[in-house]
Structures are given as C-alpha cells and as structure tokens.
Design a protein around this ligand. Structure first.
Ligand code: SF4
Length: 268
C-alpha cells in the first residue's frame, strides 16, 4: 500500500487563498501562481517528470512548476482546459504548448484567426493569441492527467481570482471537457455569476448565458469536448467539430472573423 499525500494542508490552502486574493492584476496573479507548492502529490510529480524527462526532450530544462494562463488578461474569449500535460505544459511552461492536444487546439485557433501561428511548441516560439486567453482549473500536471477532487479544490482560489479579474471583459468562456465545465460552475457562482439551478449539464456545443449579479456583465459558457489524444483518436472530437464550436464562441465574443476557418462563425 502506498502512502497517500494529503492534497494540501490547511496552512497551505490558506496561503493559496491569501496569495490569490492579494493579486491585483492577472500579471501579479500569474507571478504568484508559479511559486505555488500547495499540493504535495502534484509538486512531487511535476518535479519528478521534470527530472526524469522523456527521451525526446532529454536536452531540455523542464518548467516543472505551475503553468499560468496564456493570452491577454482582457481577452473576450477565455478557453478553460483541464491541467498541464506532463511533457507538454509542464515541460514548456505554457498552456497547451508542446503536446498533441495543443497541436489540435492551435491548428483550430489559427484557422479561425485566433492564433498567429498554427502550432504552439515553446514559450519563445512567437505564437500569440488574438482575443483569447487559455487557462486551466488545475495548474500543475497530475499523474495520468487525473487530479483528485481535493487537488482541484486546492487550486480553485487561483481560478476564482483569475475569473474575477478577467470577468469584466470576458464575453464567452469555452470549457474544454466535463471536468472544466463542472469545475467552472461553482467558481462562477462564487464570483457572482447567476448560474441556473439545477446546474446545466456539460455537452459538446452546450451553451449557458450567465448574468453577473452586479448587472454590469454578461457572459456565455460554451461546452466543447477536450482535444485530448483519446477524443481525437476516437473521433469523438474532430477538427471540424472543434473549429465549429470555437468559431461560434468567437462570434459570440464579438471577435472579428478572419482566417481560413472564419465561416465556422455562423451563429451569433
Ligand atoms: Fe498550487 Fe494549483 Fe499546483 Fe496545487 S495544482 S500546487 S494549488 S498551482
């Protein structure tokens, strides 16, 4: 029987909450986030992966820290994934960068004019997002891509603060997969968004309109299958399906239609 790591200690959880709450900007939040060590199991895993490495990346220095969001803090379209991949984001230090899921996602974003390049391979590759920010509810790579519920909850203050800071300019949030969807709903509710009850179910293409209790903001939550290797290999999610949902989301977010796949923005 293996010893279990606690997801986090009470003191670490309190420190996470305080550090996230103290961030007055997304840049400050990202800077604080990358020093987080609240989850012992995930800290051990991300660092072990970074030390052992995959043979193909043996010459690289892995990031091996929490991976912050990527893209403008005022982007009208926010895409929320799951967690960094062990040899993707955990290696490169940037969300959906250097792994097969990122290849699929960035090809679609570029096709829609939402990324300047069709691939995302390294932090310094020059790729930029256009009107899009990508983030995730768990910022450290988990074993088997499966964070525990306790780890998800431990990371929640970072996402809650990020959404509070970006909320005034966010028009659409795309949740990549049921995990992101289910994680987002309570965070959005806590951040003052009126989330229907019973909570809306995740589905590919599902769409929920959310008003902020302040009456000043409105956003839409859109569901999309995660571009994981399994979903793509089984054709649960095809490039066309991904482009259709992202294109619709971009149109709803008011982003100008450019790129070869701009005609995917048929619903507004
Ligand atoms: Fe910190 Fe989140 Fe990483 Fe846990 S998963 S160590 S809370 S950044």
């Amino acid at each position: 029987m293996t010893a279990e790591h606690p997801a986090t200690t009470t003191a670490a959880a309190a420190a996470t909450t305080a550090a996230a709450a103290a961030a007055g900007s997304v840049a400050a939040l990202d800077a604080a986030l990358i020093g987080c060590r609240a989850c012992p199991r995930l800290v051990a895993w991300r660092e072990e992966v970074g030390a052992v490495k995959r043979r193909a990346f043996a010459d690289e220095v892995y990031w091996a820290r929490p991976v912050p969001g990527f893209g403008s803090a005022t982007a009208p379209l926010v895409i929320v994934g799951l967690a960094p991949a062990a040899h993707g984001g955990n290696r490169t230090g940037r969300a959906f960068t250097g792994d097969p899921s990122g290849d699929v996602l960035f090809a679609a974003l570029h096709d829609l004019g939402l990324a300047t390049r069709p691939e995302s391979i390294a932090r310094d590759d020059g790729t930029e997002l256009v009107g899009v920010r990508i983030t995730m509810p768990v910022h450290c790579a988990p074993p088997d891509n499966k964070p525990t519920t306790a780890e998800r909850d431990a990371c929640r203050p970072w996402m809650a603060r990020e959404l509070a800071l970006t909320g005034p300019t966010t028009r659409v949030i795309v949740a990549l997969g049921a995990f992101a969807w289910q994680t987002l709903l309570p965070v959005l509710a806590d951040a003052g968004w009126r989330v229907p009850r019973p909570r809306p179910a995740f589905g590919h293409g599902a769409e929920v309109e959310l008003d902020h209790e302040s009456g000043r903001f409105r956003t839409r939550l859109v569901g999309c299958y995660h571009p994981s290797h399994r979903n793509v290999a089984t054709r649960t999610l095809t490039p066309e399906m991904l482009r259709e949902v992202l294109g619709r989301a971009a149109g709803l977010a008011g982003l100008p239609a450019t790129g070869a796949g701009a005609d995917a923005r048929g619903v507004g």
